[in-house]
Design a protein around this ligand. Structure first.
Ligand SMILES: NC(=O)c1ccc[n+]([C@@H]2O[C@H](COP(=O)([O-])OP(=O)(O)OC[C@H]3O[C@@H](n4cnc5c(N)ncnc54)[C@H](OP(=O)(O)O)[C@@H]3O)[C@@H](O)[C@H]2O)c1
Length: 283
């Protein structure tokens, strides 16, 4: 029996990168997936589109639908859960994966950049959780996974890379720290109702197109990069198990649970969570 057979999942930021990998892995486990991004088609030279992501899952035999929503706009996201539920039925799973980032020194980050990061990275996950929770609690079943970042924690000294690299992620990291804290509290509030809320972050870097600014760091320190399959496998674990309000890191979680990493189609065992990254891959 597939782990998510018949479950309905909304994954935000699923047109490419980590979100698309999670959607593919969930669909391979039998989930009906609703993929959300801010636009359907191509945008500049960005890798991957929402319509292409949905088509890829369908071609592989999975069930998928698209929902376009700019998550930085609170009125646009106000009915996103209802729109997602119109595709396959009530949501069992939400993965809040979409994020906004601005690489600016903490002394220079603008109000506009801060507002956008807090809207997409904190307020949107809170809004989607609050839209879905009444139904999940009534049914006594649900999973909400918020995708966080190692940048939520203060970097240790001496820095792994440059001091500038450590500082420019501060404001973005602050939004993820807020998301971690909110998740811990919500997770403990709703677990008794059968709803499991956690955060998951890559151990360091996943070489998505959204991670271009850290590609050089990953080349200098290959052990800091991990394949996208590691996040997808850890997300699957947290959306099928009963973890309560945990702030999890992908490799540590899989290692601690003795869980193997599978290919996104679920067919091949790729090894343990510490398998080497393919630095030329772009998810
Ligand atoms: N990659 C890493 O190394 C890394 C490290 C730590 C944490 N993370 C976290 O992992 C998650 C995914 O990162 P990623 O690197 O895979 O990102 P990515 O490749 O940049 O993809 C971002 C996704 O979010 C969507 N998105 C962005 N803004 C949106 C908005 N306003 N409304 C709706 N959708 C929006 C994008 O679609 P459109 O552009 O079409 O809207 C795209 O599907 C994020 O939460 C990020 O903070 C990543």
């Amino acid at each position: 029996m597939a782990l998510l057979q018949g479950k309905n999942a909304l994954i935000t930021g699923a047109s490419r990168g980590i979100g698309l990998a999670i959607a593919k892995r969930f669909a391979a486990e039998g989930a009906n997936t609703v993929l959300c991004a801010s636009r359907l088609g191509a945008h500049g030279d960005l890798h991957g589109t929402l319509e292409g992501a949905v088509a890829a899952i369908q071609t592989a035999g999975g069930r998928a639908a698209a929902e376009v929503c700019d998550l930085s706009d609170d009125s646009a996201r106000a009915d996103l859960v209802a729109r997602a539920e119109a595709h396959f039925g009530p949501l069992d799973i939400i993965v809040n994966n979409a994020a906004a980032s601005s690489m600016r020194l903490p002394s220079e980050v603008t109000r506009e950049q801060r507002n956008r990061m807090y809207e997409v990275n904190l307020n949107a996950p809170v809004d989607l959780a609050q839209q879905a929770l009444p139904g999940m609690r009534e049914r006594g079943c649900g999973w909400i996974l918020n995708i966080s970042s190692f940048s939520a924690k203060q970097p240790v000294v001496p820095y792994r890379d440059s001091q500038i690299a450590a500082h420019v992620i501060t404001a973005y990291g602050a939004t993820k720290a807020a998301l971690d804290r909110y998740t811990q509290g919500l997770g403990h509030e709703v677990a008794a109702d059968g709803v499991y809320v956690n955060t998951l972050a890559p151990e360091n870097i996943v070489l998505t197109s959204g991670a271009d600014y850290v590609r050089d760091i990953a080349r200098r320190s290959p052990d800091m990069a991990e394949p996208v399959e590691v996040m997808a496998e850890a997300a699957l674990l947290l959306c099928s198990d009963r973890c309560v309000g945990q702030v999890c890191y992908s490799r540590q979680l899989l290692h601690a649970r003795g869980r193997r990493v599978m290919s996104l189609d679920g067919h091949s065992d790729l090894g343990d969570a510490f398998l080497p990254a393919d630095l030329d891959a772009t998810a």
